[in-house]
Design a binder for this molecule. Structure first.
Ligand code: FMN
Length: 262
């Protein structure tokens, strides 16, 4: 290992710790400085939102938690059949669904996954190719309304998506690909330099819920961490990084979903 790599590894290892050396004498966080709080989710781009069903309790089936955990495995082959809207709504609810609003201005969301300080720094995007009732396209989940909006009105993304997912061809054969982005400032506002560790831990909760929820409805998924950052960010229309701007957003994790092959 050369010295440069060693230095980078040392720096990155600091991320694993509860606090990092550079934070030993931290400046007050933006929250402590009473700067305005960031919104818990992105506002819809247009007025047109697609409400999602909420009556998916029965869709979730009757497998026990034991069976869901024991059956969970990464799935890289999907049946050609579509997902129903109810199934998709259930997966979105399980991964980012909002249960409660709190705070003086109802600006804090409590969701079906835990998040450090309930900051919930993620947005969910869906590359949909085969979901009943939804035209193929790129969608954005509006968690607090349990609704979708069309993010990009285009149907022909599969080649670009395959490249953006590091050439992992199995992923673009799925009826839907989840991509989670982080809006780091939502976490940094409260936790400053500790935020990045927390966001990565939080991402694990989200994807594990997706695995278990998929298992409950006869679907499979596979976490994808090996994607092309620039291409995926570009495909979702995020500005180029690195950036310390408050509205900066970048993709952090992806997961294709489809029915198990029999
Ligand atoms: C953070 C993370 C990133 C991953 N990235 C990929 C990936 O890019 N491509 C892939 O095929 N699998 C990926 N996986 C899936 C792992 O390969 C898989 O979980 C592992 O082989 C164990 O298999 P299991 O999930 O069936 O237990 C990833 C898993 C995690 C947790």
């Amino acid at each position: 290992m050369n010295d440069l790599t060693k230095q980078k590894i040392l720096k990155n290892r600091e991320l694993l710790k509860a606090y990092i050396a550079a934070d030993a004498a931290p400046e007050p966080t933006d929250q402590q400085q009473k700067l305005p709080f960031p919104l818990p989710e992105k506002e819809p781009r247009s007025g047109e939102v697609i409400s999602l069903p909420t009556d998916f309790e029965k869709t979730a089936g009757e497998k026990s938690l034991y069976e869901l955990i024991a059956g969970r495995e990464s799935c890289r082959e999907y049946a050609p059949e579509p997902l129903t809207l109810n199934e998709l709504a259930f997966l979105l609810w399980a991964t980012q669904g909002v249960r409660k609003f709190a705070g003086r201005f109802q600006q804090v969301t409590f969701r079906n996954v835990p998040s450090a300080g309930s900051r919930h720094a993620f947005e969910t995007y869906l590359f949909i190719q085969n979901v009943e009732g939804l035209a193929p396209g790129i969608y954005h989940y509006l968690a607090s309304r349990h609704a979708l909006e069309v993010w990009e009105d285009r149907k022909d993304f599969s080649e670009e998506l395959e490249r953006a997912l590091g050439g992992q061809n199995f992923a673009v054969k799925a009826p839907v690909v989840f991509v989670w982005s982080a809006m780091p400032y939502r976490m940094e506002w409260r936790y400053g330099l500790k935020s990045h560790k927390y966001m990565l831990i939080d991402a694990g909760h989200v994807c594990e819920n997706l695995y278990l929820a998929c298992e409950a409805i006869g679907c499979g998924t596979c976490a994808i961490g090996a994607y092309d950052q620039e291409l995926l960010d570009e495909l979702l229309g995020f500005g180029p990084g690195p950036s310390a701007e408050k509205d900066y957003e970048c993709a952090v994790y992806a997961a294709p979903v489809g029915k198990h092959t029999k």
